[in-house]
Design a protein around this ligand. Structure first.
Ligand code: GDP
Ligand code: CA
Length: 342
């Protein structure tokens, strides 16, 4: 059985850890119902690279690294990003020199990853090969592929704080980290996305999938950025596999982070139902067959179903590994029902 998931950073990575756990625990194939051992379950993850940035000459891929470190047990579980037992002495030195940017959390251990990546990219290797090489160390138990090998970075159009009335474009990381998404965003622009091609393996992973999963990642700057790579959304629209998503919004708010600011800028209400409508039903040219909302949002199930998306209300808080594995089980269970009743 082949599962292909799109993923941003924290929300995607935590869900994938639960998915991997569930798949490892399952006594029968979670999608086909066949007895375990009849076929290995493979998980392929298409990671968001819209957040990538050059910092002090280093190529940093925050979402790929969050997935790699989380699944490789190298993540700082409290912060949810960066390395465990991290120190920031190199960053202090750079700050003492007064070199910008000073707002990016560049950890000493993390720098090791960025140095290996940057050296390999400079030697001419594509990001997909470099990511595969980095994963040799972390053994995430999934195949992690960047959405594209091409440079396509998310920028945010805001009102210039120093020059009110004038639009300026900030790199997504500057808006998110330095300004904590407090400058009202007018819109997002992924610079270079029109020319970006899916990285090697991405199209095959979508075409050959038995189920495609949208984890509870940021719908705008994680999932929609991946979907904006030319070809990816078309593959998902055309697939015979069920496509099932998990809401990152619970009771009208993101569980963590500032996805509401991203939704607002895109003219989408912060609700599980509005995010489902944003993706749309595959039966009417959209992307989803199934959608999971939290039990606290059960009242919104009928309206989402009316739009043609089979919806279930189940607990969606990733409080621990077991709770997250149970969410993954619900996701695959819904996919399995959708496969048997096409
Ligand atoms: P980022 O790139 O690090 O911002 O991570 P993602 O885009 O993968 O995920 C961010 C989203 O994860 C946010 O919108 C959160 O609401 C969502 N999220 C975080 N924790 C949970 C949780 O326990 N349950 C659900 N349903 N969503 C969560
Ligand atoms: Ca991210």
């Amino acid at each position: 059985m082949r599962i292909t998931a799109l993923a941003g950073g924290i929300g995607g990575a935590r869900f994938l850890r639960g998915l991997r756990h569930h798949v490892q625990q399952a006594t029968s194939d979670p999608v086909s119902g066949e007895t375990a051992g009849t076929g290995l379950t493979e998980i392929t993850v298409i990671g968001n690279t819209g957040d990538d940035i050059w910092i002090h000459g280093l190529r940093v891929c925050p979402d790929l690294d969050t997935v790699m470190y989380t699944l490789g047990d190298g993540i700082d579980p409290e912060r949810g990003w960066g390395r465990l037992d991290e120190t920031f002495r190199a960053k202090e030195e750079l700050t003492a020199y007064g070199v910008e940017p000073t707002w990016f959390g560049l950890g000493d251990r993390d720098i090791g990853t960025h140095l290996v990546r940057t050296t390999s990219l400079n030697a001419g290797y594509p990001l997909s090969s470099v990511t595969e090489a980095l994963c040799e160390r972390w053994q995430p138990g999934v195949r992690l592929i960047p959405m594209t090998d091409d440079r396509a970075e998310t920028h945010v159009i805001v009102d210039d704080p120093d020059n009110p009335g004038t639009d300026i474009a900030l790199h997504f990381q500057e808006w998110w980290i330095r300004y904590r998404a407090s400058l009202p965003a007018r819109r997002f622009v992924v610079v270079g996305i029109e020319e970006a091609k899916p990285a090697p393996g991405v199209v095959d992973a979508l075409r050959n999938a038995d189920v495609i999963v949208f984890p509870p990642s940021n719908p705008i700057v994680s999932i929609s950025t991946i979907l904006a790579v030319p070809g990816i959304a078309d593959e998902i629209r055309a697939t015979r596999a069920p496509v099932v998503g998990v809401s990152p919004i619970i009771s009208g708010a993101p569980v963590r982070g500032m996805a509401d600011a991203c939704l607002r800028a895109s003219g989408i209400e912060t609700s599980a139902a509005a995010v489902a409508a944003h993706y749309g039903a595959r039966s009417s040219g959209g992307l989803l067959d199934g959608w999971l909302v939290d039990t606290s949002d059960a009242a919104s199930t009928p309206v989402i179903e009316q739009a043609g998306i089979t919806t279930r209300a189940v607990p969606l808080l990733m409080t621990d590994l077991d709770a997250t594995a149970a969410m993954a089980a619900e996701t695959l269970g819904l996919a399995s029902r959708l496969r048997s009743t096409p």
